[in-house]
Design a binder for this molecule. Structure first.
Ligand SMILES: Nc1ncnc2c1ncn2[C@@H]1O[C@H](COP(=O)(O)OP(=O)(O)O)[C@@H](O)[C@H]1O
Ligand SMILES: [Mg+2]
Length: 441
């Protein structure tokens, strides 16, 4: 059964239950009220009979009314079960063991119901004189008639109530589930076409609208991530093609031209080795970037100063021509140590690469911030906005080794940690790079 039908059914069932309960209560209250009127008149007659002597059936003087009418119809019964009818009476009421028990004084007065012919009767039996009982009866025809009418009315009301409830339930569920239907249509469309630019119209601020909103957000995030991945693949294949081509050319020359001068051959070979090294770096950087696109590893407490210290040690070994001076204050951030170290190493690598021989690189750590300053040529104003883009290299950098991915990785790490990285010209020349990590995400 569809969710909509179930919703409608539940609504209808709730209304039906209420209507039926109300109907039953009304029916029984009215029935008791009508019966009470009849019972009262029977009790009044009984009291009159008891108070009017003589208490013997031979002089049982109350005239019999018409059985079935509005009047009370009496009959005496003695302890032997003999019936004494009032003058003019033609029909006798049934006498059962209960009545005889009352006549014998073994039981008190009681009400009962019976039928004589087609007449439905309410009967009060009470002790009368010594060794006798009197039954007084009154017809329930009128009561039954009224109850029948009420019954019909209640059935009509309950029936139409349930029908209306079912209709309303359907209407309400249709209106309530319209956003769900829209959501379903949208997801089906996305599945079918794979088009992540699909969006759902969001109106209102209820739960379903919020669901639609977060669905849109999710689609947006998916779209962005798939775009980023496509871009990375496109950029990477483009960037890999160039070194691969020159590598191929070099190797082809080496393989075919047997009569190369000795020096030329050596030069080509060392070119090939250098190109292979660069390709290796490029590929490992690409893998880093692609990994960064995925979910970040579980963040932990990281001592930023210790991570920076280690990175500086390594840079000192790799770049003996540059002097690294450090000012590392104890600082802890939430993050992934390996990626943070990678980012710091990239900053140090750039600083060393752009430093003049024997140049100074100053590294400082404070309050979740790493800053690296060199005394190189600085970054041109026109390059500044792009240095963090993938594969971006300034014109002056094109002659030097590098892929243009180093700073892109730094930015990715910063963003993944809820922070940022900023490049700015340093006072007195050179570049200052500041990596801020805000505790990680
Ligand atoms: N410390 C620096 N001094 C001057 N220019 C820099 C510095 N760091 C980065 N750059 C510029 O930013 C560009 C991008 O840097 P990066 O992403 O690390 O690529 P790569 O180092 O492979 O060239 C570099 O090509 C260079 O032009
Ligand atoms: Mg670099």
């Amino acid at each position: 059964m569809s969710f909509r039908a179930r919703l409608a059914l539940v609504a209808a069932a709730a209304v039906a239950l209420a209507v039926l309960t109300a109907s039953f209560v009304i029916y029984f209250v009215v029935r008791d009220q009508l019966r009470a009127t009849v019972d009262d008149s029977l009790k009044t007659t009984a009291a009159q009979l008891r108070e009017a002597p003589p208490h013997d059936f031979e002089h049982f003087a109350t005239p019999a009314g018409e059985l079935g009418g509005a009047t009370v119809y009496p009959q005496g019964v003695d302890s032997a079960g003999r019936v004494f009818l009032p003058p003019g009476a033609k029909v006798s009421l049934p006498v059962n063991s209960g009545v005889i028990a009352v006549a014998r004084g073994e039981r008190g007065a009681f009400f009962s119901e019976t039928r004589v012919g087609k007449t439905h009767l309410r009967v009060l039996t009470f002790p009368y004189g010594t060794g006798g009982a009197v039954e007084v009866a009154r017809s329930l025809t009128e009561v039954d008639h009224s109850l029948g009418r009420i019954e019909n009315l209640l059935i009509l009301i309950a029936g139409s109530g349930i029908a209306i409830a079912a209709g309303l339930g359907l209407a309400v569920s249709r209106a309530a589930l319209a956003p769900v239907r829209r959501l379903t249509t949208a997801t089906e469309k996305v599945t079918e076409t794979g088009d992540l630019s699909e969006r759902i119209e969001v109106g209102g601020r209820d739960e379903l609208s919020r669901l639609a909103g977060s669905f849109n957000t999710m689609l947006g995030a998916l779209q962005e991530s798939s775009r980023a991945q496509r871009q990375l693949v496109a950029d990477a294949s483009h960037e890999l093609r160039t070194p691969l081509t020159s590598l191929r050319t070099n190797i082809e020359v080496l393989a075919s031209e047997r009569t190369l001068p000795a020096g030329e051959r050596e030069r080509l070979l060392s070119d090939v080795v250098e190109q292979l090294t660069e390709m290796t770096t490029l590929i490992s950087e690409l893998i880093d970037l692609a990994r960064g696109e995925q979910q970040m590893a579980k963040p932990e407490e990281v001592r930023l100063d210790l991570v920076a210290c280690e990175a500086v040690e390594r840079a000192r070994r790799n770049r003996p021509a540059v002097t690294f001076t450090t000012n590392l204050q104890e600082s802890t951030v939430q993050g992934v140590p390996s990626t943070i170290e990678r980012a710091v190493a990239n900053l140090l690598d750039n600083a060393a690469k752009w430093s003049p021989p024997g140049g100074d690189v100053e590294v400082a750590v404070r309050d979740g911030e790493v800053s690296v300053r060199d005394h190189g040529p600085g970054i041109d104003e026109e390059d500044l906005p792009y240095v963090f883009d993938r594969f971006y290299r300034s014109r002056s950098a094109r002659g030097r080794p590098g892929s243009g991915l180093g700073l892109a990785i730094v930015r990715q790490v910063a963003v993944a940690h809820g922070g940022e990285v900023v490049a700015e010209p340093a006072d007195g020349g050179g570049t200052r790079m500041t990596l801020r990590l805000n505790g990680g995400s």
